[in-house]
Design a protein around this ligand. Structure first.
Ligand SMILES: [Zn+2]
Length: 324
């Protein structure tokens, strides 16, 4: 139900209705009460886990003083409003992520889902699959309820909580404005989904997001690999001990995927065709397929940015192909 990391910090794995099974949320002791980092997706089992964890730890709602959300994805952000309503705590995100929330695909408006479907169609997604993704996107808004009022964090100032002084680090790639918290004195990093232990973080191109998220990600990973980290607390799976090595493994993974996709696209392929080749589309759920195609696009756009592929519009579809 919860795992003490240090005397003033707990990891709370909250169940999510996704193949990932859990999101790791964190409770940090502050002088004035507790600070929650990330919240989970709003559904019954997650609510029950939070209530049981608070009870076991002897924490009252009124002791939750601040909620910090590392990035806008529903598994991290979805319950912030639920928690804020009960505790009266304020909800904080990086200024960039507040903008991401406003444009997010899980807004309960068909136009966000429509925009996404148009984008996927342009990149070769067959209609039946695109329809399934559209429905899945529309259904996602139920997990983000209610919507909290968001306060922008001042990323230039350290956040003092109890004995610790946390630096707020911008960690783009998985989400444009993702936030990590670093306590240099204790070499402790709350790394969100920037680096994960045994799965690679999803790096996706969304129609409304920055144009080359993989370039942003790889540049950021290089900076993070230079930090002294004895323990990195990730958004999913177990904490990471060999942090620098894990950063390097992830860079290698993307280098291999880039080579593979470049080679396959050489003769002219849509992003969907490359996705089918790289991920094996037939075994994926609508949720997974949405991330597989946007991850493929992040790689193709990166290759384009590096001059390794170019794009051509043919009829109503975009084809990626060799430079020559
Ligand atoms: Zn996540």
């Amino acid at each position: 139900m919860f795992e003490p990391i240090t005397a003033d910090l707990y990891r709370i794995p909250i169940p999510v209705p996704l193949p990932l099974k859990y999101v790791n949320c964190y409770l940090l002791r502050a002088d004035h009460g507790w600070v929650v980092i990330d919240t989970g997706m709003r559904y019954g089992p997650a609510e029950q886990t939070w209530l049981a964890s608070f009870e076991r730890l002897g924490i009252e709602w009124s002791q939750i003083k601040q909620i910090i959300v590392t990035h806008y994805h529903p598994d991290h952000y979805g319950m912030a409003g639920w928690m804020a309503e009960r505790s009266g705590a304020s909800v904080w995100m990086s200024p960039t992520e507040i903008q991401s929330v406003q444009r997010a695909w899980f807004q309960p408006l068909p136009d966000a889902a429509d925009r996404l479907a148009d984008f996927f169609e342009l990149h070769g997604m067959p209609n039946d699959l695109n329809r399934q993704i559209w429905q899945h996107t529309m259904d996602a808004s139920q997990y983000v309820d209610p919507k909290p009022v968001l306060q922008p964090l001042d990323m230039t100032q350290p956040l003092q909580l109890g004995q610790r002084s946390w630096q707020l680090l911008h960690a783009p790639g998985h989400a444009d404005g993702q936030l990590c918290l670093y306590d240099a004195a204790d070499q402790l990093l709350i790394v969100a989904d920037h680096v994960l232990a045994d799965i690679t973080p999803n790096i996706s191109l969304w129609p409304e997001a920055k144009r080359d998220p993989l370039a942003d990600y790889l540049a950021s990973l290089e900076q993070f690999a230079a930090l002294d980290v004895r323990l990195a607390l990730a958004g999913h799976r177990k904490p990471i001990v060999a942090f620098r090595e894990r950063c390097h493994e992830i860079v290698q993974h993307h280098d291999q995927r880039l080579d593979l996709m470049q080679d396959y696209a050489r003769t002219g392929k849509t992003a969907f065709e490359v996705c089918e080749f790289a991920f094996g589309v037939s075994t994926l759920s609508a949720h997974q397929l949405r991330f597989a195609i946007t991850e493929t696009l992040a790689h193709l756009v990166y290759l384009e940015g590096q001059g390794r592929l170019r794009r051509e519009q043919r009829a109503r579809q975009i084809i990626f192909l060799d430079q020559h």
